[in-house]
Design a protein around this ligand. Structure first.
Ligand SMILES: *[C@@H]1O[C@H](CO)[C@@H](O)[C@H](O)[C@H]1NC(C)=O
Ligand SMILES: *[C@@H]1O[C@H](CO)[C@@H](O)[C@H](O)[C@H]1NC(C)=O
Ligand SMILES: *[C@@H]1O[C@H](CO)[C@@H](O)[C@H](O)[C@H]1NC(C)=O
Ligand SMILES: [Zn+2]
Length: 308
C-alpha cells in the first residue's frame, strides 16, 4: 500500500513535470521512482504519436500485397569506408553517416541520402526489434535513416510525407561472432554514459548489412519515426534477411546506460495499429509465397495437410 501511495505521489509530480516538458522514455525505464513518459504516454509528449500511420508494425506476411515495382534498391557509396562519430544519445546508439551514401530504385520516388543509423534492442540478446514478422520479435533492429537528396536536414524532410526513407534490418543470434561488427561492438565500451561519443574508423555501410544479393526480399509501407515526435513522413523498407551476431555481441548493447543510470535495454516501441494501411512485399517474397502455396496444394492432393 505504501508503494501505491508513492506511485500516486510520483504521478502527481509527473503531471507537474509534464507541463514543463517531460522526458519521453521506453517502457523498460518506467517505474515509480522514474516517472518518465513511456510509449503509452507519447501522444502527450507529441500529438502525432497518437496518429493513424504510426510505426513500428507487426507484418502479417499472408496479408502483404505483391508489388512488382519493388525491385532491389540501388546502393551508392555504401561500399566506401568512412570515419564517423558513434554516440550514446541517451535513448540509443547512433552513428552519423556521410551523405555520399545514397539509395534509389525499389519504387522510391527520389534519391535519398544517408544521415544516420541507430539500433533498437532487448536485454542481452532477448527480444528487442521494433518491427515484428508474424508476431516474431528479433533480438535487434538497425535503422539506416535517409532523407530526400534536396533537403538539408531531418526536420526539413519531416515536412514531406515521403521525405524520409528508413531501411530496417533484423539481427539473429549466431554461434560465432560477426567480425564485421567488431569495431562497432568494441566502441560501445567507450560510450557507456549518455552524451558520450567516440570515433569509428574505416567503417562502410556494406560491412553492416547483408550482401546485396540477399536484399531483394523486403516489405514496404508508409509509417512514422518510432520515437517522439513520431512524424508520419517515413517510407519504410524492412528486409527479410537477417544479420548474424553472437550473443556476446548482442549483449554488449545492454552494457550502455540511459540518462537515468539504468542499463540501456528494451529500446523499442511496441507495435502500432495498421489502421487500414497496406503492406507490400517485393517480387522475390512472392516467389517464396507461391512455392509454399504450390507445395501445400501438392500435399493436399496427396492427402496431407500443410501447417498454417
Ligand atoms: C563528442 O564529444 C565531444 C567531447 O565531449 C564533444 O565536444 C562533441 O561535440 C561530441 N560530438 C558529437 C557528434 O556529439
Ligand atoms: C544469403 O542468404 C542465404 C539464404 O538465406 C544464406 O544461406 C546466406 O548465408 C546469405 N548470405 C549472406 C552473406 O548473408
Ligand atoms: C549493466 O551494465 C554494466 C556495465 O555498464 C554491467 O556490468 C552489468 O552487467 C549490466 N547489467 C546487466 C543486467 O546486463
Ligand atoms: Zn529507429
Amino acid at each position: 500500500m505504501g508503494m501505491h501511495i508513492l506511485c500516486c505521489l510520483w504521478s502527481v509530480f509527473a503531471l507537474v513535470k509534464m507541463s514543463s516538458g517531460a522526458e519521453w522514455c521506453y517502457q523498460s525505464q518506467v517505474s515509480c521512482v522514474n516517472p518518465c513518459q513511456g510509449p503509452l504516454e507519447w501522444p502527450e509528449v507529441a500529438m502525432t504519436c497518437g496518429g493513424r500511420a504510426q510505426s513500428p508494425i507487426n507484418i502479417v506476411t499472408k496479408k502483404t500485397l505483391k508489388d512488382d515495382r519493388l525491385q532491389p534498391l540501388r546502393y551508392n557509396g555504401y561500399q566506401f569506408a568512412f570515419h564517423s562519430d558513434i554516440i550514446n544519445n541517451g535513448h540509443s546508439v547512433q552513428v552519423n553517416l556521410p551523405d555520399s551514401a545514397k539509395i534509389d530504385g525499389g519504387n522510391l520516388e527520389s534519391t535519398y541520402k544517408a544521415i544516420q543509423l541507430h539500433f533498437h534492442w532487448g536485454l542481452n540478446g532477448g527480444p528487442g526489434s521494433e518491427h515484428t514478422i508474424d508476431g516474431e520479435q528479433y533480438p535487434m533492429e538497425m535503422h539506416i535513416v535517409h532523407i530526400k537528396q534536396q533537403y538539408h536536414s531531418l526536420s526539413e524532410a519531416l515536412k514531406d510525407k515521403s521525405g524520409v526513407a528508413v531501411l530496417g534490418f533484423f539481427y539473429q543470434e549466431s554461434g560465432s561472432s560477426n567480425k564485421k561488427y567488431e569495431s562497432v561492438v568494441n566502441a560501445l565500451k567507450r560510450i557507456t554514459r549518455p552524451g558520450t561519443n567516440t570515433t569509428l574508423h574505416d567503417l562502410s555501410l556494406d560491412m553492416l548489412i547483408p550482401s546485396h544479393s540477399n536484399l531483394s526480399t523486403y516489405f514496404r509501407y508508409q509509417g512514422s519515426l518510432t520515437t517522439p515526435n513520431c512524424d508520419e513522413s517515413v517510407v519504410w523498407t524492412v528486409f527479410e534477411n537477417t544479420i548474424p551476431l553472437s550473443n556476446e555481441q548482442l549483449s554488449a548493447f545492454s552494457q550502455l546506460s540511459f540518462a537515468d543510470g539504468q542499463n540501456m535495454t528494451g529500446t523499442y516501441r511496441p507495435v502500432q495499429p495498421l489502421n487500414g494501411r497496406e503492406v507490400y512485399h517485393s517480387g522475390s517474397v512472392a516467389v517464396w509465397v507461391n512455392t509454399v502455396v504450390l507445395l501445400s496444394s501438392v500435399l493436399a492432393t496427396v492427402g496431407l495437410s500443410f501447417p498454417e
